[in-house]
Design a protein around this ligand. Structure first.
Ligand code: FES
Ligand SMILES: [Fe+2]
Length: 474
């Protein structure tokens, strides 16, 4: 048994008769490469690459009115203060005031800028200094013109605020994900969940179709929906999915093939897009951009932003997406630390709300199937020897079902190394039309060429519906 990854055969068998796990240098991740692609602080190869891209940060609803209170935020380990100015424009400034470092979080948001509470210096959304009232009036203008706060450009579209942390004087073009291009009425409120682990192990769950048949499954085909969360997944054929992976210049996509009771093939086609986005089909006609945004090395937000390509949502539906976790108790009360934002009440301190009776009678795992709650129980407890929630991948034993994960890691290692060594980023940084892709759930006849048959289903073609031949959970 050999599977092709990146067009080459990478699988060697440790023992032909006993093992079929992927075990060669290309599939295994060395300690160095694990560090290379997990860490995202300023000055790290992956962190520097991520900073080239626009990053989704907070939903528009966090800043409901001009001149409202500023909020702390953290992205890739950088602390910032975000605010909506008098004209409605969004700003994100480095948290610490350029004068003597007081936190701008306590600043007054008024008359076109944020005024530091310590000595009254004031900055607009571009970081331009508007006032230094501690300086004598005669030289104030000249002095002020020499001061600049570090400002991160913001771009707001379809209920989401994106931030650019890179060093280009002009940020790159804005990503053309379908969710950013559709009319606002087609786009839901983002659903956001904080995850207490490194961004990459959270993301890897999105491109690991095999776990559907286990952690997300219901116990029997006819098991009812439990009180909390959706009904579990059921694989009609009972055989594990067969993965077929295709690396691309924007990332990679793959099919997880399962056989339907009528003998036809069911292809769940999911995407990985640089630097941390996925698209995972749920087969209900919606499209969904899932962004695993690193807050720091130990926390990432899963921002799940859904839209319908050909139908406007009702206002009720738009709001409903942001309430995904209401049925499992919602979120904890926030502290003043952004890592407490969108933290569900069910979390690792209380076993994610596991109900052993549900596990006995209804679901394979007794944690509610709500957002990524079950997934978090699997990924947040993975640690390295230092106890950080950054898994030591040298300890793994990969199987053929991990083929997409192997490809994506390789893409990330190559992209981070290339950017570090030559300054060249993946093609979708500037050619944003490459972001116009979709996930798809497609039924095909037996033994068909799925890639050929799904060419258009994998494209975000305006005015066309998302391929939803088979729903994920019925
Ligand atoms: S520290 Fe902000 S004005 Fe002085
Ligand atoms: Fe999952």
């Amino acid at each position: 048994m050999i599977i092709a990854l990146n067009g080459r055969n990478h699988v060697k068998h440790k023992n032909e008769n006993k093992f079929h796990y992927l075990r060669d240098e290309a599939a295994m991740l060395s300690r160095e490469n694990n560090e290379l692609i997990c860490r995202v602080g300023r000055g790290t190869p992956m962190g520097d690459l991520m900073r080239q891209y626009w990053i989704p940060a907070l939903p528009s609803s966090e800043f409901p009115r001009p001149d409202g209170p500023p909020k702390r935020m953290m992205l890739l380990g950088e602390k910032m203060v975000m605010f909506r100015d008098s004209s409605g424009r969004m700003g994100a400034l480095e948290e610490y005031c350029p004068h003597r470092g007081a936190s701008l979080y306590f600043g007054r948001n008024e008359e076109g800028g944020l005024r530091c509470a310590y000595h009254g210096w004031k900055f607009d959304t571009s970081g331009k200094c508007l006032d230094t009232p501690t300086e004598q009036p005669e030289r104030r203008d000249q002095f002020c013109s020499k001061i600049k706060a570090r400002a991160y450009p913001c771009h707001e579209v379809n209920r989401m605020i994106w931030v650019y942390l890179g060093d280009r004087p002009e940020p790159p073009p804005f990503p053309e994900f379908e969710v950013n291009l559709l009319p606002e009425a087609h786009v839901a409120e983002p659903s956001i969940m904080m995850e207490e682990a490194n961004w990459l192990q959270n993301l890897e769950g999105d491109i690991d179709s095999a776990h559907l048949d286990w952690v997300h499954r219901r116990l029997h085909e006819d098991s009812p929906k439990p009180e909390k969360g959706i009904r579990g997944f059921w694989n009609p054929a009972g055989r594990p999915p067969i993965l077929d992976v295709a690396p691309t210049e924007y990332g990679a996509f793959y099919s997880a093939k399962r056989i339907l009771p009528d003998g036809n093939e069911w292809h769940r086609i999911n995407q990985f897009i640089f630097p941390f986005h996925t698209m995972v089909t749920i087969g209900d006609g919606t499209i969904n951009l899932r962004s695993h945004v690193p807050v720091d090395d130990h926390h990432s937000m899963l921002i799940s932003h859904a839209a319908h390509p050909v139908q406007a949502f009702s206002n009720e539906m738009i709001a409903k997406y942001a309430k995904t976790f209401d049925e499992v108790g919602g979120f904890i009360e926030r502290t003043n630390d952004p890592r407490s934002y969108f933290m569900t009440k069910f979390n690792k301190t209380n076993d994610y709300g596991r109900d052993l009776r549900v596990q006995e009678e209804t679901m394979f795992c007794g944690i509610p199937f709500s957002g990524n709650l079950q997934d978090r129980a699997m990924t947040e407890l993975m640690t390295n020897d230092a106890g950080e929630p950054i898994y030591d991948r040298t300890k793994e034993h990969l199987s053929t079902s991990d083929a997409m994960i192997v490809t994506v890691r390789r893409q990330l290692v190559n992209a981070a190394t290339k950017f570090r060594d030559s300054g060249q980023a993946p093609a979708n940084l500037d050619d944003v039309a490459l972001d116009r892709v979709r996930s798809a759930s497609v039924r095909t006849p037996p033994n068909s060429d799925w890639k050929e048959l799904t060419k258009s289903a994998r494209q975000a073609l305006p005015g066309t519906a998302a391929a939803a031949d088979v729903p994920l959970v019925i």
